[in-house]
Design a protein around this ligand. Structure first.
Ligand SMILES: Cc1cc2nc3c(=O)[nH]c(=O)nc-3n(C[C@H](O)[C@H](O)[C@H](O)COP(=O)(O)OP(=O)(O)OC[C@H]3O[C@@H](n4cnc5c(N)ncnc54)[C@H](O)[C@@H]3O)c2cc1C
Length: 262
């Protein structure tokens, strides 16, 4: 008897944590509230990001400082430099998706939602070529298989870098539905034409309201379907519970992640 290959195998990979100090090479506005910042520098050598939902920790220089202060990654898991008394010695850090890494040009793209408050959004709003930023990670990757019958990719603006990257990396014949909640029609981004995309425009509604409603009514395609979702944390859990507990979708085929906290 011939053993059939196992279906839907997720691969987990750990990476060596490397502290990198990179410089802004370019700033491009994709929409009024989504800014792509291209980073480069010698430290980028050896960068790796095998999964579209990987994340790096970005370290933003404190006001009045040129360079970010980064932890000493030689300890486990992210230890402070020896003699550091307080966590405040480390620059503020936030998680972001490596949207594109090109080893030939030595460029890493990060796409920032300009939501207005917080070290990351404030830094991104003023970013200029030549400025320094710290990058740690990815620490690990979970690579979802390409053998599902279909994929539902859902989320708000913060999920779009990962969704757009996954659309580029999935096989062209993959059956994909995207459900994306954005502030308004100006925030829509071009996505591949062979994808079904439902754009939801908040137009002042509470973040996640439209997304939750759409996911509650979305008919999942027949066959084995992988659902990936990222949005405000509490909402992500509500939608995950709806899909797995109320609709009985296999929990191992649903990845719902809180990308920010209201
Ligand atoms: C794995 C992972 C990958 C991520 N990838 C990306 C990415 O590629 N691009 C991206 O833009 N974000 C991404 N995020 C989300 C990002 O890390 C958060 O939005 C983060 O809080 C931004 O930090 P901040 O310093 O701007 O604001 P914070 O200091 O964290 O928060 C300040 C205030 O802003 C509010 N806030 C934070 N984020 C948002 C938001 N998106 N919309 C509205 N209000 C907000 C908070 O509720 C708080 O009141 C990712 C998060 C995770 C966990």
């Amino acid at each position: 008897m011939i053993a059939l290959p196992e279906a839907h195998v997720f691969t987990r990979v750990r990476h060596r944590l490397v502290p990198r100090q990179l410089q802004v090479r370019r700033v491009v506005d994709l929409t009024p509230k989504m800014r792509r910042i291209t980073l480069s520098g010698a430290d980028l050598a050896g960068f790796t990001s095998p999964s579209p939902d990987d994340h790096v920790k970005l370290f933003f220089p404190l006001p009045g400082e040129d360079r970010p202060r980064m932890p000493d990654f030689s300890g486990e898991p992210m230890s402070l430099p020896e003699g550091t008394a307080a966590k405040t010695m480390i620059s503020p850090a936030r998680d972001y998706t490596p949207r594109r890494y090109d080893p030939r040009s030595g460029e890493l793209d990060i796409e920032f939602v300009l939501h207005g408050e917080g070290p990351a959004a404030i830094w991104a709003a003023q970013a200029k070529a030549g400025q320094w930023i710290g990058v740690g990670g990815p620490r690990g990757s979970t690579i979802a298989p390409n053998d599902f019958d279909s994929y539902v990719l859902a989320g708000d603006e913060t999920a779009l870098p990962s969704i757009a990257r996954r659309l580029e990396e999935l096989p062209a014949k993959a059956n994909v539905i995207v459900v994306a909640e954005v502030a308004n029609a100006d925030e829509q981004q071009p996505l591949p034409v062979n994808t079904i995309v439902y754009w939801l425009h908040r137009n002042g509604a509470a973040p996640g309201d439209l997304l939750e409603r759409a996911m509650r009514t979305l008919e999942l395609p027949d066959g084995d379907c992988y659902v990936w979702l990222a949005c405000e944390s509490r909402r992500a859990m509500v939608i995950r519970d709806h899909l797995t507990e109320q609709r009985g979708h296999p929990p191992e085929w649903v990845k719902a992640v809180g990308y920010w906290k209201e």
